[in-house]
Write a protein that binds this ligand. Structure first.
Ligand code: M6R
Length: 606
């Protein structure tokens, strides 16, 4: 999704903007641009392509020289990626950058056309720029307030006015925005990594708060022009956490950070050997009362929800309905008072998940958010929030966020099972202590790198792949399949192993490799039979299983052995080889591992 930044201070503004935008590249983008005050005029440079293309263009055109400006990386929604559609938009007296979608832009555009305005781009953003110009009366704050009253949709806007070359304005609704506070310099950004090189202090901007920044001050107003006092936040992680730290890609770095991330997520939520969610307000008394639990999320976070369904239903005996947020929000879900809605999101900004959360709340359910980004929209909207302490996840392909999500959901499952009287305190303690050992097992599993690399070499030329498993292995293989397709562009599907023979097995030939996950003791024999079925049809089989499993010769072409723990915890370990296979396949194919085509890290549109 788009990223916005802004800088006002004493440094070379263009350099700061480009540097800050580079820290938002993980969000995904197809064009970039900046607008900088140069001798009291707004100078705009923008282009389709990567930041490097923008830098090259500026080398030809002359780099804008100034100390105040705004910048943008665009992920196209309205209109193809092109120079014209790139941000900033505006004219000689107003320039803006925007992350989000203006839903009523057509009506505004029609109105402005009648008023004599012309439009160059196909974007929704240009209508906001022109509407600002239409209302502009010399007072930026009044102008912005008038525009906010008319636009609908989501936005984080950075705005500069030619008449005020020493300041930036910014405002947000349903798209993320922070204001970084430095010494004699201030910043706006979509996310904290953009400003970390300069300052760790920032304000989290709430809905419809309007910010005014100069080098000397930051003022924040509501839409009635009241000044709002806000608490300054301090980023607890430093710049290294947002850099590659010697790894070739963020994804590989983040895969290796999983042991630490799981520890950071689980340890603070265990007191005297028992789960402790008191920081969230989720008590054992509350948990006892829920009739059903809904887990709603998108992509990888939804897959983490699926793992939790198997675990919670198995040990706590309470129905768990897992749904994709974009489906849940439009299917009139049967959720209400007495139910618990858990939403899972790394970014905390996913538009569909946020909407699902609002819907669940409106229908009377208690809402609980499992979120990585502190202060994100989902975290702020939910009744209760538990932060996964994974640190920044930069790679578009989610890895450590998945591990911490399932780890937190395990702990949650133990707590519900105990609250519902389905497991004893002793059993609960045993589960918790096994969960606390998972980081060490993940560390050990990372040693399977070489075999995953060799496996990737065998898979890289396939056009299509199948992942199969039963029970928790099936839930996990969905994530394995998503990981592979998003970063290697190889088509793959995940199938419940027992369901193959009802149709999909007709696809199996020598050209269709199969990755089988078999870690669930009670289901292994059945899965092995299904593996034999695909093997008999010529498939090359990669088997991911426990280290002690006795396997006849010829069942699989390649076997990846894992350390063994309680079978309900196996997905936490088995995720690692699936992530590594996807990673190495992408590397071998020469794909852009951390920034796969068409994808964005934070999906703030429907
Ligand atoms: O930030 P969120 O966890 O809400 O994001 C949800 C999905 O967009 C995300 O997991 C996506 O599927 C990843 N690219 C998967 O690697």
């Amino acid at each position: 999704m788009c990223g916005i930044v802004g800088y006002v201070g004493k440094k070379d503004c263009t350099d700061v903007l480009i540097d800050a935008l580079s820290k938002l590249e993980y969000r995904g983008y197809d064009s970039a641009g900046i607008a900088v005050f140069e001798k009291n005029a707004i100078k705009v440079e923008k282009t389709k392509g990567r930041l490097k293309d923008l830098v090259d263009k500026m080398a030809e055109d002359g780099k804008p020289a100034g100390h105040c400006g705004i910048g943008h990386t665009r992920w196209a929604t309205h209109g193809e990626p092109s120079d014209i559609n790139s941000h900033p938009h505006g004219n000689k007296r107003i320039s803006i950058v925007h992350n989000g979608i203006i839903e009523n832009y057509k009506e505004i555009k029609d109105f402005l056309i009648k008023e004599g305005y012309g439009f160059e781009s196909e974007t929704d953003t240009e209508t906001v720029a022109k509407l600002l110009d239409y209302y502009y009366d010399g007072n930026p704050l009044d102008t912005i307030i008038k525009v906010l009253a008319e636009i609908e949709g989501s936005y984080a806007l950075g705005i500069i006015f030619r008449d005020f070359p020493d300041r930036i304005y910014a405002v947000r609704k349903d798209s993320p925005l922070i204001v970084g506070v430095g010494e004699q310099e201030n910043f706006i950004a979509s996310d904290v990594p953009a400003i970390l090189k300069y300052t760790r202090d920032y304000y989290l901007i709430e809905q419809d708060e309007i910010c005014e920044l100069t080098a000397e001050h930051v003022r924040i107003y509501d839409t009635r022009k009241n000044v709002i006092e806000k608490e300054l936040q301090t980023a607890t992680w430093d710049i290294d956490a947002a850099e590659k730290g010697g790894y070739e890609h963020f994804m590989l770095k983040e895969i290796h950070e999983q042991p630490k991330a799981v520890k950071m997520t689980v340890s603070p939520r265990v007191k005297n050997g028992m789960p402790d969610f008191s920081e969230t307000g989720l008590t054992v008394e509350k948990l006892k009362q829920y009739h059903q639990i809904f887990v709603v999320a998108c992509g990888t976070a939804m897959h983490a929800g699926l793992v939790s369904k198997y675990v919670i239903e198995k040990i706590a005996r309470i129905p768990v309905i897992v749904d994709i947020a974009s489906e849940f929000r439009y299917r009139e879900p049967l959720i209400g008072e007495g139910d618990l809605l858990i939403v899972i999101s790394q970014s905390g900004e996913t538009a569909d998940t946020l909407a699902a959360l609002k819907l669940g709340k409106q229908l009377g359910a208690d809402t609980f958010a499992l979120v990585n980004v502190v202060g994100s929209s989902i975290a702020r909207e939910a009744d209760m929030v538990l932060y996964t302490n994974a640190g920044p996840e930069i790679s578009v392909a989610s890895t450590k966020a998945y591990s911490v999500q399932i780890a937190a959901m395990y702990l949650f499952a133990f707590e519900v099972a105990y609250a519902k009287g389905k497991i004893t305190e002793e059993e609960c303690r045993k589960y918790v202590s096994e969960l606390m050992e998972i980081p060490d097992y993940i560390e050990k599993t990372l040693e399977c790198k070489t075999i995953c690399q060799q496996t990737a070499a065998k898979l890289m030329n396939a056009d299509s792949l199948l992942y199969i498993g039963r029970g928790l292995d099936y839930a996990l293989s969905m994530e394995g399949s998503l990981k592979l397709k998003e970063i290697s562009y190889i088509h793959s599907e995940s199938y419940a192993a027992g369901e193959l023979k009802h149709g999909t097995i007709s696809l199996v030939t020598k050209q269709m490799p199969v990755i089988a996950v078999a870690t669930q003791k009670g289901l292994i024999e059945k899965t092995i039979s299904n593996i034999k079925e695909v093997k008999a049809r010529g498939a090359m089989v990669v088997l991911v299983c426990g280290e002690t499993l006795d396997i006849e010769d010829g069942v699989a072409d390649c076997i990846i052995r894992l350390p063994e723990v309680d079978e309900i915890l196996m997905p936490a370990i088995a995720a690692v080889p699936l992530q590594l296979i996807a990673y190495y396949t992408s590397v071998l194919k020469g794909c852009d591992v951390d920034k796969p085509r068409n994808l964005a890290k934070s999906v703030t549109v429907e």
